[in-house]
Design a protein around this ligand. Sequence first.
Ligand code: C5P
Length: 222
Amino acid sequence: MIPVITIDGPSGAGKGTVARLVAQQLGWHLLDSGALYRLTALAGIDRGFDLNDEVAVASCARALAVAFRIVEDSVVIELDGRDVTTRVRSEEAGMGASAVAALPAVREALFDRQRQFCQAPGLVADGRDMGTTIFPNALVKIFLTASAEARAERRAKQLIQLGESVSLPRLLEDIKARDERDSARSASPLKPADDAILVDSTALSIEQVVACVLSELVAKQQ
Ligand code: C5P
C-alpha cells in the first residue's frame, strides 16, 4: 500500500510548510488540499457566481482546470492557464475557500481529485479532513495546532511578504471566525482523527515539527 502522511489542523498552524518540507525530504508527492478549495472559490468569483450557490460552485470544483508545477523550490499554481500563485494565498481566496468548503456538493466534487494524488512512493497531504475522510487508512496522522494568537502573527508575516496591508486584531478575528466555521460545519468538520497524534506548534520551530513527523513515520515503519 502507498504510504500516506496526513497533516490536519486549523489555518496558520504551519501545516503547509511542514508538509512541503516533509515531502521534499522523503521525495514524496504533496497534496495542498486547501489550495483546491481556494481555487474553487477563485473560479467561482471569476465567473461571477454567488459563493453560496452550491450547484454553481460544485460545477466549478468539478471542472477546475488547475496545475501545480514545481519550479525550483516553490510550487507555481495555475488556474485556467493563468498563474494564480499569489492570489491563491490572499485573504479573498481564504475566506472564499472557507465558505465553499462548507458546501457538501463541493467536498464531494473534490473527493476523487484529492485521492488521485496518492501515488508511489508516497504522499504527504495537508488540510482539515485528510486523516478523517480522504485518507482514513493513512500510515501517520498528525493534527497540528497552535494558539490563535501565534497563528495570527504567522499569517501577518506571510501577508506582509506578499505585500498586503495587515491589521493584527482583524487577522485574529478572521482566524477565530474561520476556526469556528471549519469546526461547526456538518460536512467533514475540523477535528482530529481518533488515531491522530496531536502536535502543538505554538512554541516549536518548523524544524522541530518536521523532525517530530519524520520520527512518527520511522516508528510506524518499524
Ligand atoms: O489550509 P487553507 O487555509 O489553505 O484552507 C483554506 C480553507 O479551505 C480552510 O479555511 C477550510 O475551510 C477549507 N479546507 C477544508 N478542507 C481541507 C482543506 C481546506 O475545508 N481539506
